[in-house]
Design a protein around this ligand. Structure first.
Ligand code: NAD
Length: 362
């Protein structure tokens, strides 16, 4: 079980260290190797995704990724910015399917900005297409760029595009995931305005005919954004394109209390995957030892389940996280009156202790 460990920038290094600690506590035969990525790699190699890092990721069964980015790189030419590393990994590994579960743990109902009755018991899965859409469409308008900006330019453009096979394969992923849940898929589009998303809607509908046991409905993205805060429990599996999925999954993460709780998995057709928290590098709190490592630890659990075929170990991590939350420990982002505030490292230690207890118990 080869794992490429890419901590990246900002809080990435702090939270990945905790996830590695948790993996080690499982006492399974993992081979873990680390490499630089993002701004950290740019500083040393002059590129956010050096060939050696890409090769390590390609050779691994799974990649455990922290986060990349820092405001100080905003003036770099776009291909050299840290965030390009994540796009490069997605493209080179063919990671087209992004899974973002949004689960509201009973202990964190109070940490959400929404009323308890709206979010308690929430368990939805957002499936975002990850290698197409406007983020990868050509051509892109890059006129007279100076330091990554466009002084005096009159226009800039990016192209939204999807091919039939790209939509078909993500639709299959969504319908198959729904079969293991409540058998309901909501496809989110903007078919009323965008040709690309009328096409998306038509293709998803066609694929849906192969899954007569799964209910399919369609929703415009603006309405989906509203429904997610009004009645999120109406959803089960949500499937959407790259850009809408980017925005809606961040919105969904806040339903659960904190973006620091939300794991994600990005898979290719061979179940090789990249596992990362849904949040970024949080430069505002980097180095303070207060970041919540649970999204990364839960991403490691998804890695064990999806890419490494270790469902029992995945369950052990998830149960340990639940017991730590039940014991009242909270990082600052999920802290509320009556609970105990802990730092990144203490939270990781508590999860390790909970796992060790289950191993000792047998
Ligand atoms: P962010 O997700 O890094 O932070 C948003 C807010 O959430 C901040 O207030 C931050 O302190 C808080 N936060 C995030 N993770 C947290 C955690 N684990 N515990 C506690 N609080 C947490 O988003 P941003 O501020 O918009 O972006 C910062 C940088 O991250 C940018 O350079 C951006 O491009 C990059 N980014 C990278 C990825 C990635 O690596 N996949 C994803 C999103 C953003």
């Amino acid at each position: 079980m080869k794992i490429a460990v890419l901590p990246g920038d900002g809080i990435g290094t702090e939270i990945v260290a905790e996830a590695v600690k948790v993996l080690n506590a499982l006492e399974l035969p993992f081979e873990m190797e680390s490499a630089l990525v993002g701004g950290a790699a740019y500083e040393v190699h002059g590129h956010p995704l050096p060939e050696s890092t890409l090769q390590l990721a390609k050779d691994a069964d799974a990649v455990l990724f922290g986060a990349v980015g820092d405001w100080k790189y905003d003036t770099l030419d776009r291909p050299l910015r840290p965030e390009q590393a994540i796009l490069g990994l997605r493209k080179n590994l063919g990671l087209f399917a992004n899974f973002r579960p949004a689960i509201c743990y009973p202990e964190l109902v109070g940490a959400s900005s929404l009323k308890p009755e709206i979010i308690s018991g929430l368990d939805i899965l957002i499936i975002r297409e990850l290698t197409g859409d406007i983020y990868f469409g050509q051509p892109r308008g890059r006129r007279t760029a100076v330091d990554g900006h466009f002084p005096g330019s009159e226009e800039a453009f990016d192209t939204m595009r999807y091919s039939r096979p790209e939509i078909e394969r993500i639709a299959h992923v969504a319908f198959q995931a729904a079969r293991k849940r409540s058998k309901k898929v909501t496809s989110v589009d903007k078919a009323n305005v965008l040709e690309t998303f009328q096409f998306w809607k038509d293709v998803v509908t066609e694929v849906g005919k192969e899954y007569p046991d799964v209910a399919l409905d369609h929703m415009y993205v603006d309405n989906a954004a509203m429904q997610l805060v009004k009645a999120p429990k109406k959803f089960d599996v949500v499937v959407t394109g790259n850009m809408f999925g980017d925005i809606l999954s961040d919105e969904a993460s806040m339903l659960t209390g904190s973006i620091g709780m939300l794991p994600s998995a990005s898979l290719n057709t061979k179940n090789q995957g990249l596992y990362e928290p849904s949040h970024g590098s949080a430069p505002d709190i980097a180095g303070k030892g207060i970041a919540n490592p649970l999204a990364t630890i839960l991403s490691a659990a998804m890695m064990l389940r999806f890419s490494l075929n270790q469902p029992d170990a995945a369950n052990r991590i998830e149960t340990a996280v639940q017991s730590v939350l039940a014991s009242g420990l909270r990082t600052v982002d999920i802290w509320s009156e009556g609970t105990t505030k802990v730092g990144t490292r203490q939270m990781g230690d508590a999860v390790v202790a909970a796992i060790t207890k289950t191993i000792t118990k047998g």
